[in-house]
Each structure stands twice: as structure tokens, then as C-alpha cells.
Design a protein around this ligand. Structure first.
Ligand SMILES: [Zn+2]
Length: 178
């Protein structure tokens, strides 16, 4: 496995709509293994292909550690994930994103979701989720459609974040501390 580079705001590729996966082959499985390793190392609980510069509809998720530090890894690999249903009741939770480092904000989303996807063997699966997993699924499926969690904030807040990251990118890497 190999750790991949995560692209960050204001990289315009984050706005790309990813392409559906048509064939699950060794290359795709390796990509997902590398994504999982990259996600654990970051550390994060979810990662979409486009965040490692691959515009394909693949997502890795593991919320086990987030809920219980002692828990063993429980990775989910989702190929071509699709939201089938969302609840009318909503929940507000603080979100962050590996592509928008060190920025957190409260986002309101449907509290429960049902998602269909293909697993690593190409079998169709359905999952119904609430809590952190429901948030994570919606956040990652937004990514494959070129959406970011800041799109759920007010325009004023969103513009401020984009401006901040554009400015940081223009300044380039921070000089080494003396
Ligand atoms: Zn994200």
C-alpha cells in the first residue's frame, strides 16, 4: 500500500463530478487500499477518490475509531455510491474535511440515509445509517459530485473560507521555523 497526496482547497479539481466505475479490477482495488491507508494516516474517517486526484466514484469510510478509541478498524469501501433515501428530520453536527484542513463548521443534513453501492466484489449492497456514519456518507457522496461541505454554509461563510485558502495557496509553503 502507498500513501497518496490529498488535494486541498482552492484546487478546482475538487469541483469535478467523478466518473462511475465500470470495471472493478486490481488497479481499482489497489486505489481503494491506498485511499484507506491515506485516510487512516491523515487521520480522517472518510475519503473520496477525487481528494487523491482520481475522479472516480469511490469512497472509503471508517467511523469505528471515532466512536470508540479502542475499536478495531472497520473499513467500508463504496463503489458508485448513491443516496436512495434521506429522512425528513435533520441533525446538525460539526464537520471538517481533509481537503479543507483545520476548518470546522456546523452543517445541517438529513439525520438518516439509505445508500446503495457496489462492494469490492462488485455485489450491490444497501446500508441504512444514522449518526456519524450518516454524515460521513453524505459528505463523501457530495465529494464524488464535486460538492464540498462548505456548500451547505451561508455564501458569506463559504466565500471567507475560499478566500482564506486561496491566500494561503498564493503564499506557498510556510518557511521552515528557525
Ligand atoms: Zn471532505
Amino acid at each position: 500500500m502507498a500513501k497518496l497526496d490529498i488535494i486541498t482547497l482552492p484546487d478546482r479539481k475538487l469541483r469535478m463530478k467523478s466518473e462511475p466505475v465500470e470495471r472493478i479490477d486490481g488497479e481499482l482495488l489497489k486505489l481503494m487500499d491506498d485511499m484507506l491507508e491515506t485516510m487512516y494516516a491523515a487521520p480522517g474517517i472518510g475519503l473520496a477518490g477525487i481528494q487523491v486526484n482520481v475522479p472516480r466514484r469511490v469512497v472509503t469510510i471508517d467511523v469505528a475509531k471515532r466512536e470508540d478509541d479502542e475499536a478495531s478498524p472497520d473499513p467500508l469501501f463504496l463503489i458508485n455510491p448513491e443516496i436512495l433515501w434521506t429522512s425528513d428530520d435533520t441533525a446538525v453536527a460539526e464537520e471538517g474535511c481533509l481537503s479543507i484542513p483545520e476548518y470546522f463548521a456546523e452543517v445541517e443534513r438529513p439525520a438518516k440515509v439509505r445508500v446503495a453501492y457496489l462492494d469490492r466484489q462488485g455485489a450491490r449492497q444497501e446500508i441504512e445509517a444514522e449518526g456519524v456514519l450518516a454524515i460521513c456518507l453524505q459528505h463523501e457522496i457530495d465529494h464524488v459530485d464535486g460538492k464540498l461541505f462548505i456548500d451547505h454554509l451561508s455564501k458569506l461563510k463559504r466565500d471567507m473560507v475560499v478566500k482564506k485558502f486561496t491566500k494561503i495557496a498564493r503564499l506557498g509553503p510556510k518557511p521552515a521555523a528557525l
